[in-house]
Design a binder for this molecule. Structure first.
Ligand code: NZQ
Ligand code: ZN
Length: 385
């Protein structure tokens, strides 16, 4: 097992009727900027619940944060934060609203010239405005992690940043808020959770049996609960279980001491930046093709998964077991109604392979747990998508 340190300071408040707890969690003397997306929270009643809970607080609003939140939009909020002396940010919505709010929090305190440097150059964050959230989409794990992913319209770029300063102070997770999700977004969240877990699990083995069991346990649970949610979107327990899978899927607890991959995400972010497909769509396209390409590196873990998750015969050769996991994973995505080829989204694979491998070449980046997925491998992977 590799060395690790871990600290996750976010307080989680999970369950039915928890939005009303906002009133006690945010001090009355704070000037709050409530941030949200394109209006789902107004339609599903979450906005009203939040405003009722905060009726004795000072609250300003900033709406219109898009899916794959845009730097250009978020900088408008940074202006408001500075002008109005906002000292608490409350994100209400999906991962995009929360990620965007993490960026606003850091950018408002950024001392350098251009806050985009936080994303493009990894400029150091020394402080951020405190933030919290009412998260309404189980997917990103952003409610309990220090990461955010931001896009820039001007250059069609999409980058992540991480900082302990942007951990939410608290996150309210009321699974009932997810009843209103369109099926496509529910599926996006299930796929995202699956792939987060796999980015941390399907690497090389450093003898971490407990972590492996947690991660495979999450996958088994997710596969069962996903079916229930799709069959009955108002099944509270299934919604709650899927949400808890999503939060645990990317709070990094399960993979402490393990090697991590993240190449599917890196390639997927490029597909979203260039072609506008959803994050969850990009991942379902790329994951199994990365596995095929790096099967030799991931053999042990993929084989173990075939036995433990898909019930394969443990006496089969590892190579065959790994193939079973690849095939069954693709089947699982398809069982959710998710299409898994670039052509399904009208994307020309040759063009995508050329453009995206070129981008990684220019940035001089290699991906994967072994750093052996260079531009040529990225090209090859995308040609199989
Ligand atoms: O914008 P509104 O009107 O709120 O509607 C949203 C949006 O259209 C809607 N929605 C959210 N909750 C809803 C709802 N509709 C009805 N009922 C509800 N309860 O769903 C749409 C998608 O929302 P979005 O926030 O974009 O989805 P998600 O939570 O999947 O976030 C995706 C973003 O997170 C990033 C992705 O790259 C992408 O930009 N990620 C963030 C990570 C992190 N912070 O750690 C890790 C992930 O790997 C991921 O990269
Ligand atoms: Zn993701």
């Amino acid at each position: 097992m590799n060395n690790f340190e871990y600290k996750a300071p976010t307080k989680l408040i999970f369950g039915k009727n928890t939005i009303e707890k906002l009133k006690d969690e945010i001090p009355k003397n704070k000037k709050i900027l409530l941030t949200y997306g394109g209006g789902s929270i107004r339609k599903n009643g979450v906005y009203k619940k939040v405003m009722d809970a905060l009726k004795d607080h000072t609250v300003m609003e900033f709406g219109g944060i898009e899916p794959n939140p845009k730097y250009e939009t978020l900088m408008q909020a940074v202006e408001i934060v500075k002008r109005e002396n906002i000292d608490f940010l409350l994100a209400v919505g999906g991962g995009s609203t929360l990620d965007g709010t993490k960026f606003i929090a850091a950018a408002a305190k950024f001392e350098g010239e251009d806050p985009w440097d936080i994303l493009s150059k990894g400029a150091q964050i020394k402080d951020a405005i405190p933030l919290a959230d009412v998260i309404t989409l189980p997917a990103t794990g952003s409610e309990m992690n220090p990461g955010a992913v931001i896009s820039k319209l001007e250059t069609n770029e999409k980058f992540a940043f991480h900082s302990p300063f942007v951990y939410p102070v608290f996150s309210i997770i009321d699974p009932e808020t997810t009843y209103s999700l369109p099926e496509k977004q529910t599926v996006n969240g299930i796929v995202d959770t699956f792939v987060h877990t796999m980015e941390q699990y399907a690497t090389y083995d450093v003898n971490t049996p407990l972590q492996d069991e947690w991660m495979l346990g999450l996958i088994k649970t997710l596969m069962v609960e996903a079916k229930k949610v799709l069959k009955n979107p108002n099944d509270y327990d299934a919604r709650a279980n899927v949400f808890w899978c999503a939060t645990c899927g990317l709070n990094y607890w399960m993979s402490l001491g393990c090697a991590q991959d993240w190449s599917t995400h890196m390639i997927g972010h490029e597909l979203t930046a260039l072609y506008g497909i959803d994050h969850g769509e990009s991942l379902a396209i790329v994951l199994t093709r990365v596995w095929k390409n790096r099967k030799c590196d991931k053999m042990e873990k993929l084989a173990k998964m075939a036995i433990e998750v898909f019930g394969a015969n443990e006496f089969l050769p590892k190579n065959i077991l790994a193939d079973i996991t690849i095939k069954k994973t693709k089947k699982f995505f398809e069982s959710l109604g998710r299409r898994t080829k670039l052509a399904d989204y009208g994307i020309d694979k040759q063009e995508a392979a050329k453009k995206i491998s070129q981008r990684f070449k220019e940035r001089n980046i290699s991906l994967g747990e072994k750093g052996n997925i260079g531009p040529d491998e990225v090209h090859e992977i995308l040609m199989h998508c």
